[in-house]
Design a protein around this ligand. Structure first.
Ligand code: SAH
Length: 216
């Protein structure tokens, strides 16, 4: 795989577009400017890799739109060394962005083919994350608690297990809604019994499956 000057130029234009849409976090913009998104997509889509659009990654799943990746990462307010759980590894692109902004990433994927593919790709790019295969709607209790949790598939409701696995003061960013449209929701765990909920507008993700996701 080659990362050419043309790709780099296209990436900088993408960063400008995302800035215009309202992303201000410099670390996030730098990560989008650095990571070769075309490595995470089928070569048939390479020419489109730096458009601000989601694309198919096979298995009925998509790589999220760069703006959405940037927004979720910004909302997560990652500090250097934060332990972050990602639910829905997919292509691995969001995981790479999280590592670039300083997170220690645990990422879990429900589809074995995507899990294997993204794990190999990220390892070949020398990213140091931990990759798990399984139902992330239940979180990843064996490594809890986390500073931050990000869900990159649309959930029918707030999975209680995820809030349980968050540290006090921790943040969960998750799209919640029906099977077509969701609200980008940020949960801050104030104390063991109290959460603060914020809404960052509409979005559209593939379905979160598993025990606390969509059935069927
Ligand atoms: N973060 C990804 C986006 C992938 S799309 C990226 O940057 O490319 C959402 C992913 O969530 C899909 O790969 C889907 O298989 C996965 N998924 C759906 N339900 C899941 C669950 N319960 N646990 C873990 N992964 C899940």
């Amino acid at each position: 795989m080659v990362d050419s000057y043309k790709h780099k130029g296209q990436r900088l234009a993408l960063v400008e577009k995302i800035k215009e849409k309202g992303i201000t976090d410099e670390k996030v913009l730098e990560a989008i400017g650095k990571i070769p998104r075309h490595f995470f997509m089928d070569s048939a889509f390479e020419a489109h890799a730096y458009q601000d659009k989601p694309f198919s990654i096979g298995e009925g799943q998509t790589i999220s739109q760069p703006y959405t990746v940037a927004l979720q990462t910004e909302l997560l307010e990652v500090n250097e060394g934060d332990k972050v759980l990602e639910v829905g590894t997919g292509s691995g692109y969001q995981a790479a962005v999280l590592m670039e902004v300083g997170a220690e990433v645990y990422t879990i994927e429900y589809n074995r083919i995507l899990h294997n593919r993204s794990r190999h790709l990220l390892q070949s790019m020398a990213y140091q994350g931990r990759f798990f295969f399984g139902d992330g709607s239940k979180g990843l209790p064996s490594f809890a608690p986390y500073d931050k949790i990000i869900v990159t598939a649309g959930a029918p409701s707030l999975p209680k297990e995820l809030i349980k696995q968050l540290k006090v003061g921790g943040i969960l960013v998750i799209p919640v809604g029906d099977d077509r449209v969701q609200h980008m929701t940020r949960i801050t765990k104030i104390d063991e019994k109290t959460i603060q909920k914020e809404d960052f507008g509409m979005c559209s993700f593939v379905k979160l499956r598993g025990e606390y996701g969509w059935k069927g």
